[in-house]
Design a protein around this ligand. Structure first.
Ligand code: CDP
Length: 217
């Protein structure tokens, strides 16, 4: 049987983690898990049900999150892939992601996805808390302006949003995600830093594939 590994990709908001993780998984025939989508789905549940950070703790059993093979995200069987990307959710997600019982539930599910290896997972705490033993850990970064510009170009196709709002949200989430008490966003000591400010998606992929090859040998 061919050896399979766990690839953990962490980093600040909108650094291209998902794009790299998705294409890597396709190339390697691995499972791709977008852990951020899980926190976004929980946030959507809270927003829809008018629950604040304290109230949601009593409702965690009512939340089921799943992915299909193409990476679409389902919240209680409903496809919410588009809805969770909206600014309404981006503006609240870091607040809900800081709540301990929510993180415990998500981490348990995420670790389940990794039990047979062959998984690429992206997020904030994958290399530090979810899979500290991952064979390959990447930490992605890029300047806030470049990140905001890329995210704005994506979002403006579907919603009424300004570049300034996107930049503000990215900086706000970085700050909240890095300063929370439980599993804050940190580079794992053994993670390789990738700055993709000036690299194309294809260059990133080729570089990461070389790192995978090394990790496999
Ligand atoms: O794609 P983007 O960088 O905008 O963010 P995301 O990966 O969709 O994550 C959305 C939010 O979920 C983050 O800002 C964090 O608050 C939270 N998150 C987390 O706390 N831990 C993770 N492993 C992944 C996401």
């Amino acid at each position: 049987m061919t050896k399979k590994i766990i690839i953990a990709i962490d980093g600040h908001a909108s650094t291209g983690k998902s794009t790299l993780a998705k294409t890597l998984a396709q190339q390697l025939n691995y499972v791709y898990i977008d852990s951020g989508a899980m926190y976004r789905a929980v946030t959507l549940f809270a927003v829809k049900n008018n629950l604040n950070a304290e109230q949601i703790i009593d409702h965690l059993d009512e939340i089921s999150i799943s992915f299909d093979v193409s990476g679409q995200v389902f919240l209680n069987e409903e496809n919410v892939s588009e809805e969770i990307r909206g600014m309404r959710i981006s503006e609240r997600v870091s607040e809900f992601a800081a709540i301990a019982p929510i993180r415990h539930k998500m981490i348990q599910i995420q670790q389940g996805y990794g039990k047979d290896k062959g998984v690429v997972m992206d997020g904030r705490d994958i290399g530090t808390a979810v899979f500290p033993e991952a064979e390959l850990k990447l930490f992605m970064s890029a300047s806030p302006e470049i990140r905001a510009k890329r995210r704005f170009e994506e979002l403006k196709l579907n919603q009424d949003v300004s570049y300034e709002e996107v930049l503000k949200n990215i900086l706000d989430r970085d700050e909240k995600d890095s300063s929370r008490k439980i599993n804050p966003l940190r580079k794992a000591t053994d993670a390789l830093v990738i700055d993709n400010s000036h690299q194309s998606k294809e260059e990133m992929l080729q570089y990461a594939l070389k790192l995978v090859e090394k990790a496999l040998n």
